[in-house]
Design a protein around this ligand. Structure first.
Ligand SMILES: [Fe+2]
Ligand SMILES: [Fe+2]
Length: 297
């Protein structure tokens, strides 16, 4: 891959531009944020339309107060997922930053690692100050067993993760119903992530185009199935029984099962994944836009 990646002029141009933007937009997160002592509890902490219960039969039975409680803990769950996802991302970048294969994006990786460490810090700070960091719910997703696709899969998963997060950040960053600190955390993250997503899209498209020359159809199909399972489990991890328990709802596991089985959850899945699925289809990484159904367990 070394020569191919190094020889790709377009990729090099994108990297130079993104590195320049990172330098230009550099900020100090440790002095940027205002952290009030507490945030009002009976308020929207997440845009109501982004709640997992939105539009579901179960959500229709909840009072305004209960919905706002769900929004509080679901907001914290969302930042917790960021904390865990960033840790995986950093591990992947650190493992590759000084390898020959990634010599070209190495300089850019230094910037991303710095920025992601700061994202992890402000998300974790938010969770610790105003609630808690939810532990990882292990996904137990078996890999597709295609070792040649290792780099591609890592960057494809990271891109999917960043694109899902950005759907929430974009909306919550400008939602006047949310406390200014919540808006600010989402807004600042969205600004950095637009660069990361631009990089991720270039890298994933390039890595997949190399794989198309080396892998037969059945293995490429296997990669598609795996990434779609990954998308499904990522969306379903936004529906967390620990959130429902903290929001004071009885039978939190039953609540999760009901939501995953509700037709509105399919609509939610489509909304959250639309951008990344469209990208995968346009780049011929996916043959179609179908995502496997939710599985409540
Ligand atoms: Fe980030
Ligand atoms: Fe990022």
């Amino acid at each position: 891959m070394t020569t191919d990646l190094a020889a790709d002029e377009r990729f090099k141009t994108v990297l130079d531009r993104l590195t320049g933007l990172s330098q230009r937009d550099y900020y100090n997160p440790y002095s940027l944020f205002e952290w009030p002592e507490s945030l009002p509890e009976d308020a929207w902490w997440m845009s109501p339309e982004l709640l997992s219960v939105h539009g579901t039969g179960y959500g229709g039975t909840l009072t305004g107060e209960q919905l706002r409680a769900v929004s509080r803990w679901e907001s914290l769950n969302f930042y917790s997922l960021n904390v865990h996802g960033i840790r995986e991302l950093l591990t992947a970048l650190v493992a590759r930053i000084h390898t020959e294969e990634f010599a070209l994006p190495s300089e850019y990786f230094h910037h991303v690692i710095g920025e992601e460490n700061e994202h992890m810090w402000f998300f974790a700070t938010f969770c610790r100050r105003y609630g808690r960091i939810y532990p990882v719910r292990t996904l137990g997703l078996a890999g597709p067993g295609v070792p040649e696709a290792d780099h591609f899969l890592v960057f494809a998963r990271l891109l999917i993760f960043e694109e899902i997060v950005d759907v929430f950040n974009q909306r919550m960053g400008v939602d006047e119903r949310l406390h200014p600190t919540i808006r600010q955390v989402n807004q600042v993250h969205h600004q950095d992530e637009s660069r990361h997503i631009a990089f991720g899209r270039q890298a994933v498209a390039l890595l997949h185009s190399r794989l198309r020359d080396r892998l037969d159809r059945s293995r490429l199909d296997e990669l598609e199935r795996y990434l779609k399972r990954y998308m499904r489990s990522s969306v379903d991890s936004l529906v967390n029984p620990a959130v429902f328990r903290d929001a004071g709802l009885p039978e939190p596991y039953r609540v999760r099962r009901e939501i995953l089985a509700d037709p509105a959850h399919e609509e939610y899945t489509r909304r959250v994944l639309r951008r990344s699925v469209d990208f995968m289809v346009n780049e011929q990484i996916f043959a179609d836009d179908g995502i496997p159904p939710a599985c409540a367990n």
